[in-house]
Write a protein that binds this ligand. Structure first.
Ligand code: AMP
Ligand code: MG
Length: 410
C-alpha cells in the first residue's frame, strides 16, 4: 500500500481504495429462523413455493361464475355451500348457485369473481347481487405476491423484523447466514481512565470505546474489548499481536495524529502493511488503514467527534464489506440551513446539525461549536450536515446536504 505522506486524500478516494482491498471473510453457517434476527444472508433466497399458494378470496362475500349472472339471468342465486380460510368448499357447485366465502379461503374451481358482502342482499331465496362483477374481481391469484423459484432476498441482506416473517411465509425454517465478524478494539493514551475509577489531574475518561462498542453491537459484530492500552511500545505491540491472533479486524482510537503516530506506524510496518491516510475531511484528518499479519487495521483519531465521524463514514462501509453485509449509503437529503455555518474550502466537512420539518420543507441548524472535542454536539444533533470539499462558508438560507443519523445504521 505504501506510506502516504503526500496530499490529503479525498474521502471517496480513501473509501474506494479500502473497499477494493476488502472481501467478506465470514464463513456461512446455518441457524434456525428464530435465531436469525440481525444475521446476514450468505446466499440468495429463492422461493420454494408460490405466495399465495392457491387462488383465494380477498374479501368476505360470495364466489360466483359470471355466466350465472349474465344479462337476462336472474341476479339472485341460492347458496351451494361455504368456504372458510383453512376449510375449502369441496362439495358440488351446481350451475345457478353461489358459494359463501371468507377472506383467505381457496376459491372453488371455476370461480370467476368474489362479490363483496356489502354489494349483496341475503333473503330466504338466496343472494341478490347489487353490482355486476368483472372477471377476477376480489381474487388473489396463486403466485401473485411471489412466484415459486423467484429470488426473494439477496445475499448480504441483514435480517430484520421485516424479512423474518417473509421467510416464514415461504416455510423456510433454517437460513444460511454469515458468522459474525470479530473485531478487537482498544483505546490508546496514558491520560485515559476507565469509567468507575477516580481521575488524577490530567486524566480523562475513555469515552470512545463505548461509542465504538455500541456501533459494533448495532451492526451485529462481535467485539473483543482489549480496554485501554498506555502509550508504551511493548504494551501496544502485545495488544496488536493479540488482536491479530484473535480477531478479523482491529479498531483503535487515538495515537494516529502527528506526534503520536510513530508507534503505530512502526508496528504496522513490522507486522503487515500500512496505508496511512491523512484525509481531506473535517473532523477526522488523521485516519489510518492497514493490515496486520491477518487482521485488518483501522486507526481512528482520538478526538471523540473525529472518531465517530470516521467510524460512520469509513469504518462502517468497510466492516459491512468484511461481514458480507450489503451496504447502502445513507440517502442524502437537501435542507435549507437556518444558521450560518463556518467553513473554509479544502476539506469535506461533517458538521453536526439538527434537522426538522419547516413550513417550506426540511430545515437544518447547527448545534453550535463544531470543535472535534465537543462531544455533546453529537448527542444534540440528529444529522450530519455534509459540506463539499470546495465549499466555503455557508449563509443562512442556502441549501445543504444532510445525512440523518438513523440512516447510517445498517
Ligand atoms: P490522540 O489522537 O491520541 O492524539 O488524541 C487526540 C485527543 O483525543 C486528545 O485530547 C485525547 O486525550 C483525546 N482522546 C484520545 N482517546 C480518547 C478516548 N478514548 N476517549 C476520549 N478522548 C480521547
Ligand atoms: Mg493519544
Amino acid at each position: 500500500m505504501g506510506f502516504d505522506n503526500g496530499a490529503l486524500r479525498s474521502l471517496e478516494d480513501a473509501l474506494q481504495g479500502m473497499l477494493a482491498r476488502l472481501d467478506c471473510r465470514c464463513e456461512a453457517e446455518s441457524v434456525p429462523l428464530t435465531e436469525a434476527l440481525d444475521r446476514v444472508l450468505a446466499r440468495d433466497i429463492l422461493s420454494p413455493l408460490s405466495v399465495p399458494p392457491f387462488d383465494n378470496a380477498a374479501m368476505d362475500g360470495y364466489a360466483v361464475r359470471l355466466a350465472d349472472l349474465a344479462a337476462g339471468a336472474p341476479l339472485q342465486l341460492p347458496v351451494a355451500g361455504k368456504a372458510f380460510a383453512g376449510q375449502p368448499y369441496e362439495g358440488e357447485w351446481p350451475a345457478g348457485h353461489c358459494v359463501r366465502i371468507m377472506t383467505g379461503a381457496p376459491v372453488p374451481p371455476d370461480t370467476d369473481a368474489v362479490v363483496m358482502q356489502e354489494e349483496t342482499q341475503a333473503s330466504d331465496h338466496g343472494i341478490t347481487f347489487l353490482t355486476s362483477p368483472f372477471p377476477g374481481q376480489n381474487i388473489r391469484r396463486r403466485g401473485e405476491d411471489i412466484r415459486e423459484g423467484a429470488s426473494v432476498l439477496g445475499a448480504g441482506t441483514r435480517l430484520t423484523p421485516r424479512e423474518l416473517p417473509l421467510l416464514a411465509s415461504l416455510g423456510i425454517a433454517t437460513v444460511s447466514v454469515r458468522r459474525p465478524l470479530r473485531v478487537a478494539i482498544f483505546s490508546t493514551g496514558d491520560e485515559l481512565k476507565p469509567v468507575g475509577t477516580p481521575l488524577q489531574h490530567g486524566d480523562i475518561y475513555d469515552s470512545n470505546r463505548y461509542g465504538v462498542r455500541a456501533m459494533l453491537a448495532r451492526m451485529g459484530i462481535e467485539c473483543l474489548d482489549l480496554g485501554i492500552i498506555p502509550d508504551d511500545p511493548a504494551a501496544l505491540r502485545a495488544a496488536f499481536l493479540q488482536a491479530d491472533r484473535e480477531a478479523d479486524v482491529l479498531i483503535t482510537t487515538g495515537g494516529v495524529s502527528v506526534g503520536e503516530a510513530d508507534f503505530t506506524r512502526q508496528l504496522l510496518e513490522e507486522l503487515g502493511e500500512i496505508g496511512f491516510w491523512k484525509l481531506a475531511i473535517k473532523p477526522g484528518k488523521p485516519f489510518a488503514f492497514g493490515r496486520l499479519r491477518q487482521a485488518w487495521f483501522f486507526g481512528l483519531p482520538g478526538n471523540p467527534v473525529s472518531a465517530m465521524v470516521t467510524f460512520d463514514q469509513l469504518v462502517q462501509p468497510a466492516l459491512a464489506r468484511l461481514a458480507g453485509i450489503h451496504f447502502q449509503r445513507p440517502l442524502p437529503l437537501a435542507a435549507t440551513v437556518t444558521t450560518p455555518l463556518k467553513k473554509s474550502p479544502g476539506r469535506l466537512d461533517f458538521q453536526r446539525g439538527i434537522l426538522s420539518q419547516g413550513p417550506n420543507g426540511l430545515e437544518v441548524r447547527s448545534t453550535g461549536s463544531q470543535d472535534s472535542a465537543v462531544f455533546s454536539s453529537l448527542s444534540r444533533a440528529n444529522c450530519y450536515i455534509v459540506l463539499e470539499q470546495a465549499r466555503g462558508k455557508v449563509a443562512a438560507g442556502e441549501t445543504v446536504t444532510v445525512e440523518p443519523f438513523g440512516s447510517l445504521l445498517l
